[in-house]
Ligand binder design. Sequence first.
Ligand code: MIC
Ligand code: SF4
Length: 636
Amino acid sequence: MGANLTQKILKEHLVSGELKPGCEIGIRVDQTLTQDATGTMAYLQYEALGIPRVRTKLSVSYVDHNMLQTGFENADDHRFLQSIAAKYGITFSRPGNGICHQVHLERFGVPGQVLLGSDSHTPTGGGLGMIAVGAGGLDVALAMGGQPFFLTTPKVVGVHLSGRLQPWVSAKDIILELLRRLTVKGGVGKIIEYIGEGVKTLSVPERATITNMGAELGATTSVFPSDEVTRAYLRAQKREQSWVPLSADPDAAYEEVIEIDLNRLEPLIARPHMPDNVCKVEEVAGTKVQQVAIGSCTNSSFRDLMTVAAILKGKTVHPDLSLVMSPGSNQVLRMFTAYGGLADVIAAGARILESSCGPCIGMGQAPPSGAVSVRTFNRNFEGRSGTKDARIYLSGPEVAAATALAGVIADPRTLGTPPRVEWPAEFIVDDNLILSPAAEPEKIEVIRGPNIKPLPVKERMPEVIRGEVLLKVGDNITTDHIMPAGAKILPLRSNIPAISAYVFEGVDPTFPERARKSKGGVVVGGANYGQGSSREHAALAPMYLGVKAVLAKSFARIHLANLINFGILPLTLGNEEDFVRLEQGDQLEVAVSDLRGKLVVKNLTRGVEIPVRHNLTDREIAMLKAGGALAVAKGN
Ligand code: MIC
Ligand code: SF4
């Protein structure tokens, strides 16, 4: 039996463990990326390791999230990041150069390499044939220090694409279709590998749209083969030398194969408030819309923006609606300008934002009260847009542009002949906003603003964990629920004491105060607890507030690793009955001196005992006992 592409790349990078689904493996990391919202913490952690120069082939620090400089905080963070990059051998992508995933695809991604990024959409790199995985900042810091990245060997699912997309249907519809079928939990513990004849009909940015949103499936990552299409893309980026052909063996085995016939796909849309709440556009066509937003790391490529421009050319956006556009990168913006698309969308009334995450992370452009906003983004969690009662839909650029003209959700097929976007033989390649590390690092002083506070530390785990249930939540709680982002809270990412005042703000704003008063406690969650963003602040800030354990039906991968990294014990509840035997305010006790033994949570308030489980490895148990990964790395 031959090997699939995932197995081939993982095997090449294997440092420890066995490549058997469910077993823990350590893999060598070739490249890392960080963005500013997770990067400040990652670099503070890297600094704490005391390693003078990164040990990866390439590490890039991007600034793309915290771009609204409403106070000194974000600007100070940018300076900190620039100086620390220069000092430790890290390439720095300046603010304005674009969204980390888009720029990394254009300028740095290499087929067959392993990329670890402190952002959950790092799998965008899978569009180039990389194994690109999102992780918490601390894991990325450790990888920069030369340590392997540990993960549970995922199952490999093949998605077999046949046929070709019909007019007005785009790559976004492929991933929306998968979300419809598999849900936001469907990819947990899996790597999704794309195979079949349909693959070659998709360009690299289209593949990247698909692998990007594999994050919404909960997948560890997603990967496309590296073929002639990949080669042409790299050639157009003037880096054909990075190309290697890569594909699965013809007789490769997969855990499961999912068939998608591209010929039969129709324009799709995700309704509020989850990316898997997908239906055909025609089912919601006619819904009044107040905002359309085009951009984000999912759909902000030259192809995406030019498609929108071609649809809007010579027309004007609907008077009741605001259209905002953020190009994915400086390169995209320059190409968009050179090819005339920018002039067309400005003439049509689009409001142009800088190349950054922008409205995707609630940094500006919050929709009006109760509004419907159609976005080409990847997440539509409640409140993430900055307006609690806004209703966010997710679609491809064709649907978004048709909607911008109509003022209501519109099926683009009503527009007649689809526009043809010509592929450029070459992109405008100019790395003038990318700074190389300093030649004389000893001369670099790291610049720290007053908002950058030292990392909080945790003591060793006690023999018995005691505390009250501070909060009980349901299924699919996202890290946006646990540690919200947005223009008010994001600037506090470098200041854990300050940001901790917003933990669970949208769910129960009394949480931080109650946690502080009761000197910490326990959180109870449903299935897929901690899905979404990789932000380790969703573990770090609760840890600062004294949260000692999370009891949940199941956990999302990155958040689970973050909890362990920061010394919070994740315990899994066996069944629904146990879940209902826990209520907010209950006093709990669990003896944890032997984490290999049978674990029982005593609910002292109700006088019941609840069996709990975990899948922790010995490495993780040692980490939890020591008070977290940094304590272990520093040998405390
Ligand atoms: C997101 O899309 O939620 C983010 C902001 O990019 C996060 C990272 C963060 O919270 O800083 C992610 O997806 O990991
Ligand atoms: Fe930025 Fe949005 Fe992509 Fe996250 S999902 S990296 S916030 S554009």
